[in-house]
Ligand binder design. Structure first.
Ligand code: FMN
Ligand code: SF4
Length: 581
């Protein structure tokens, strides 16, 4: 193991305990685990108990207190990769390397693990080796990757270009794949930073908030809360300092819309955060990016530096009295940190355990101070709303669901990829016209909308508008915008088992219904798929799922059984068939 100088890293982060997770991430960039001696050094430098450091290391999957191989192979096991054969690849690697899942080869070169979604769903199956990512894997490609690493050739990440469908009418994706994402000049030639300049020179904070409120923009992170209202609540809270957080932890399996924006148009996100800071009176911003998004982290770092050099971040922006700066915080492999309260715990250097709400972030957020927390896609809308006005924005989409939404269209679909579409588009048209229909001309069996915590639709239910209100009236949610398509040959119970496996892995463990419920449900589903299920299992599954929904502490546990309960209702024969056989 390459031994890093821990003191240099803790000193760089000013020995502040709130930087603990970032310090641990930085150490893991250079070595694959943290030794007990290093753990004690960190605790000493930050003046915190060693147990606090240990508790953080053992919470996040990208951190480890135990030695691992030089290269950690993490095979994505979430549903889109599962559908594309990730289990076969895992079995192949186990055989090839002669180790089990979680073990290290005797030469200490490779450790084999599974991981939750890597955001490479359009290139499933995928894997990560240390922090490099590879997609469209086949056994031959895996052989080549392993052989290169055995020879000491550390391969660059695959440069995988997502297929952006329905091009030509985008609002927020229009620069992606068109401009050089590292060039602030190119961003400016496309109108970049005109909105910030307009805000600073011509608008008061109240006017900016009014414009965002009038646009009726709803948060795109899943909860669809009105963005303008969130900003107004934070503006009205008198306490200082105030914070802007961009939630770039995107971990919902099947979702990679934020990655497209972070990689393809990073200045847009930085500009939007700065406008949010101006609107609510915040001087500090954090962008929390999941650790698996190596390229996004790199691009955002470059964008922040270039914006600072151009006086578009930092003190007295564009010669005004307004100062605002942004720090990056990297996630360390925990889906729960996408939840806004868990995310703030993580930025404060702790395990990502959700907080009780209320209070809500606008009154008591990061370090107990007023905080706006917005999703990447939500923020991406801001510059255009400011430049073109709320009236212009209201003309896109429907009356109550304005603007566009990025959908990631995946699974058994002819043209997998991402598409930015006005809200209110018909799901059937999205699948058959934009997505090109089902691969091999097969029939559609099921659509999982919004990821594993979202909604389940049968083929008869897809003639519906993708609109927050209309879907809610039908008891459905849009979630993060995943459209995962299953053909007639898919075994629904396998898919549900894979979704529950995800939640079992990602449960933070704080409350019993979610911690134990996900485990118990997974075990029963596993038995059923192996043909060892009993008739009474279905009732047990239903009771467990309903109990989790009613009694779990946070939305993760409350939504984890969605796919199970929905499919028990919509596809009961899929379960009984397996049990009877
Ligand atoms: C388990 C869980 C995971 C979440 N993951 C994300 C995420 O990856 N990105 C995100 O923006 N919001 C996520 N959210 C929603 C956030 O808590 C929050 O509502 C959102 O960041 C607010 O931004 P918005 O108003 O712009 O949507 C998650 C919520 C839960 C409960
Ligand atoms: S519901 Fe699950 S994720 Fe949420 S607090 Fe409970 S154990 Fe943690």
């Amino acid at each position: 193991m390459k031994v890093v100088n821990v003191n240099e890293i803790t000193k760089y982060y000013e020995n502040k305990p709130e930087n603990l997770i970032q310090i641990l991430r930085d150490i893991h960039q250079k070595q694959t685990y943290i030794s007990i001696e290093q753990l004690q050094e960190i605790a000493q430098d930050l003046k915190i108990p060693p147990t606090k450091v240990y508790s953080a290391i053992t919470f996040y999957t990208l951190l480890s207190p135990k030695p691992k191989g030089k290269y950690v192979l993490r095979i994505c096991s979430s549903t889109p990769c599962h559908m594309a054969g990730s289990q076969d690849l895992l079995d192949y690697l186990k055989q090839k390397l002669k180790i089990k899942d979680g073990e290290t080869t005797t030469d200490a070169l490779f450790t084999l693990e599974t991981t939750s979604c890597l955001g490479l769903c359009a290139f499933a199956p995928a894997m990560m080796v240390n922090n490099k990512i590879y997609g469209n894997l086949t056994k031959e490609k895996v052989d080549q990757i392993i052989s290169d690493y055995q020879k000491g050739k550390e391969k660059e990440s695959d440069c995988l270009k997502v297929n952006i469908l329905n091009r030509g009418k985008e609002v927020i994706l229009k620069n992606c794949g068109v401009i050089d994402p590292e060039s602030i000049e190119e961003y400016k030639t496309k109108g970049g930073y005109s909105a910030l300049s307009k805000v600073i020179t011509k608008m008061t904070s109240v006017k900016v908030i009014e414009e965002v409120k009038n646009s009726k923009l709803l948060g795109r992170g899943g909860a669809a809360f009105p963005t303008g209202l969130k900003w107004e609540f934070t503006f009205r809270t008198q306490e200082k300092p105030k914070y802007i957080i961009c939630n770039a932890d995107e971990g919902e399996p099947g979702t990679f819309k934020d990655r497209l924006l972070l990689e393809g148009d990073p200045f847009r996100i930085i500009e939007a955060m700065t406008i949010a800071g101006y609107a609510v009176g915040a001087e500090y911003g954090y962008i929390y990016i999941r650790g698996e998004y190596e390229i996004s982290i790199r691009r955002i770092k470059t964008a922040i530096n270039k914006a600072r050099e151009s006086n578009l971040l930092g003190k007295n922006i564009l010669g005004s009295n307004f100062s605002f700066d942004i720090k990056i915080r990297e996630g360390a492999g925990a889906y729960i940190c996408g939840d806004e309260t868990a995310l703030m715990e993580s930025i404060e250097g702790k395990r990502g355990i959700p907080r009780l709400k209320p209070p809500y972030p606008p009154t008591s957020g990061l370090c107990g101070k007023p905080t706006v927390i917005n999703n990447v896609e939500t923020l991406a809308n801001i510059p255009d709303i400011i430049l073109n006005g709320a009236n212009w924005y209201n003309k896109i989409g429907l009356a109550e669901s304005t603007g566009t939404k990025i959908f990631t269209i995946l699974g058994d679909i002819k043209n997998p990829g991402a598409a930015e579409i006005p809200l209110g588009a018909n799901l059937k048209e999205v699948i058959y016209e934009i997505g090109g229909g089902i691969v091999g001309g097969k029939k559609l069996k099921m659509v999982q909308l919004g990821g594993p915590s979202g909604s389940t639709l049968t083929a008869n239910m897809i003639d519906i508008a993708l609109d927050y209100k209309i879907l809610a009236q039908a008891g459905l949610t849009l979630g993060s915008g995943v459209v995962l398509v299953f053909n007639e040959d898919r075994r629904i119970v396998d898919a549900v088992r894979s979704m529950i496996h995800f939640f079992q892995h990602e449960s933070c463990g704080k409350c019993t219904p979610c911690r134990e419920g996900t485990k118990y449900i997974y075990e029963i589903l596993d038995k059923i798929t192996l043909g060892e299920g009993k008739v009474g299992d279905l009732n047990t599954l239903k009771l467990l799922g309903e109990n989790m929904k009613d009694t779990s502490f946070c939305p993760l546990g409350q939504s984890a059984p969605n796919s199970l309960l929905n499919t028990l209702k919509l596809f009961p024969e899929e379960y009984t068939k397996l049990i009877k056989n």
